[in-house]
Design a binder for this molecule. Sequence first.
Ligand code: ARG
Length: 567
Amino acid sequence: MINERVQAALAAAGAPEAPAVIQPASKPEFGDYQANGVMGAAKVLKTNPRELAQKVVAALDLQGIADKVEIAGPGFINIHLAPEYLARRSEAALKDDKLGISPVAAQRVMVEYSSPNLAKEMHVGHLRSSIIGDALARVMEFLGHDVVRANHVGDWGTQFGMLTAYLVEIRQAGDNALELSDLETFYRNAKERFDESEEFADRARDYVVRLQGGDEEVLKLWAQFVDISLKHCEAVYQKLNVGLKREHVRGESAYNDDLPVIVEELRAAGLLSESEGAEVVFLEEFRTQDDEPMGVIIRKKDGGFLYTTTDLGAVRYRHKVLNLDRVIYVVDARQSQHFAQMFSICRKAGFAPESMKLEHIGFGVMMGDDGKPFKTRSGGTVKLIELLDEAEERAYALVSEKNPELSEAEKREIAAAVGIGAVKYADLSKNRMSDYIFNWDTMLAFEGNTAPYLQYAYTRVQSVFRKAENVDANAPIVITEPAEKHLAAALAQFEDTLLSVAEGCYPHYLSNYLYQIATLFSRFYEACPILKSEGEVRASRLQLAALTAKTLRTGLDLLGIKVLEAM
Ligand code: ARG
């Protein structure tokens, strides 16, 4: 709304192309919003920015929205929202399931995330993709986009020959390994057999050939293995409160039949060259150390396909069959070159039209206290499920200490919400591109920018309602005190926050926003008595508290974090 009005004023002042660049004000004395686009516009028009700012302000119609607009510094425009406007907006947000956000131009967006390799159990390396992707999917869905979740699991390749061969072997030995309760051990044992026995290794290789040739019997075993492995993943998703289900799985195997087609289409497009027996696409824009065009192998000398080939098949499918507008790949930043090259080939070969946006949403490494990638004490990979169990145990200990009188069931429920919430929030509150240190004590602290702090802030607001006897859910909001205004102005920024999360795919914008709301609420709570005030003032403050609770609950839910009524 404000953006559109400033945009119109810029046009009237002779800068129709310039972006308004509306941002929440950096300090309360700068008002609530700042329009920072004038300087850029003045540069383009080669005119004095202060003068341009004056023209923009003269043309700016914020009747009923702002009660003061001023020019600061070289040409910033500071906008002070009118209390009346904030009051009406807050009332509307309270009445609406979507907190008053306006409908977006809906896009069909795929969020591809988690995507573990099924040969092994999920480990901590899968945490970031799973929770960042899930938060992005939730936010986009809430904004009104048509979201397609995708779990591009690694369920194909030579390892699966070895694993199915081993499955047969231990079943024959009468071992009921169907449960495969420990995939890690299963993999290790299979690998050991493979390395020690020539005969077993030959059988494993034979299984690969049969698997790829579509042999029914081997395919059936493979499907059983995949099913068991997916059940392990689902247990993790369930515990993590991540919304990935079986129907979102479309693994690498699904593109197997498309791979020869990809090769033919690349050939027809004139993109394929032969290099040492392999079929390769050379990309001019990527250079090797010797400044030669870089080659991306599409089919190996032995006829095998690669990770990239499968990804090309997936893009082609996502365009042709799913007709997506935007595809987001939430994958470790270390794969950035892979994605850049793969996207480039897609454009050249026409697998994806320019109108379908392809974005690699990378993220940094989760590290241990020693500043090295997170490992067990002995240097092994940490199973994700074990990490999550530990989070719950630690939260359980904290809760039991804080509130020994709670029942066992209550403690368990709180421990799950707090423990898992803490792990997720510690991740989602940081810029995804940075590496971060995983530290139990910091993430489980009840002070600071943590999940327990926000969850606790929510229960504090809810406790106001448990004490208040009569609450009028339709009471008008009246804003007079500065603390009320600051809180209401921040609450009005929920929509803008979600829009920027969706645009840049940065969940930490939402985390930081919620932390700000919790902080502003406690200032409001201190400065403006709620239950001790009377009449319209009391009713209005209860409404602001209700909108705060609703914003915290909705926002945390969009991050995939549970709230509790009491803790
Ligand atoms: N399975 C891969 C891995 O564990 C990640 C897949 C990412 N997605 C993709 N479309 N390449 O590294």
